[in-house]
Design a protein around this ligand. Structure first.
Ligand code: DQA
Length: 148
């Protein structure tokens, strides 16, 4: 089983970026811990500041057929990108939306995500643990018929 962990704009700055909100750990550290938590799973990690590159990566994952599911932290693109939403809607791969922070407890503009309705679910507010919970949810979804 291979899971693609996709991170959008500004998540490359984790560790340096507003650590009171996003924590002190870099994305590479978070990715390493995630892989250690699921030794039976293969991970592919990809981050981009660019909307089109994230979309291209989703299509590549779908077309190559090596990846079974996606954990996506779209960053601010969650709140702005209909293009990313349409890309997720156009593929069959299940995508779980992940946020480090609780986007519902912050500024009002973060309360709406264009991608949520085309994702299988949303995990928001658990810091680095959000990724682990996202992968866990994805595995449950992939292994279970319930909720499909
Ligand atoms: C974020 C939440 C978004 O609102 C914000 O723009 C981010 C990070 C999170 O992980 O909490 O870049 O996706």
């Amino acid at each position: 089983m291979t899971i693609l962990v996709l991170n959008g704009p500004n998540l490359s700055r984790l560790g340096k970026r507003e650590p009171h909100l996003y924590g002190a750990r870099a994305l590479a550290d978070i990715n390493r811990s995630l892989a250690e938590s699921f030794p039976e799973i293969q991970f592919e990690f990809f981050q981009s500041e660019i909307e089109g590159e994230l979309i291209r990566k989703l299509f590549e994952a779908e077309d190559e057929g090596k990846v079974q599911g996606v954990a996506l932290n779209p960053g601010a693109l969650a709140h702005t990108s209909i293009a990313l939403r349409d890309a997720i809607a156009s593929i069959r791969l299940p995508v779980v939306e992940v946020h480090l922070t609780n986007v519902f407890a912050r500024e009002t503009f973060r309360r709406h995500s264009f991608v949520s309705e085309v994702c299988v679910g949303v995990i928001s507010g658990f810091g680095e643990m959000s990724y682990r919970l996202g992968v866990q949810a994805l595995l449950w979804r992939l292994r279970s018929e319930v909720g499909k």
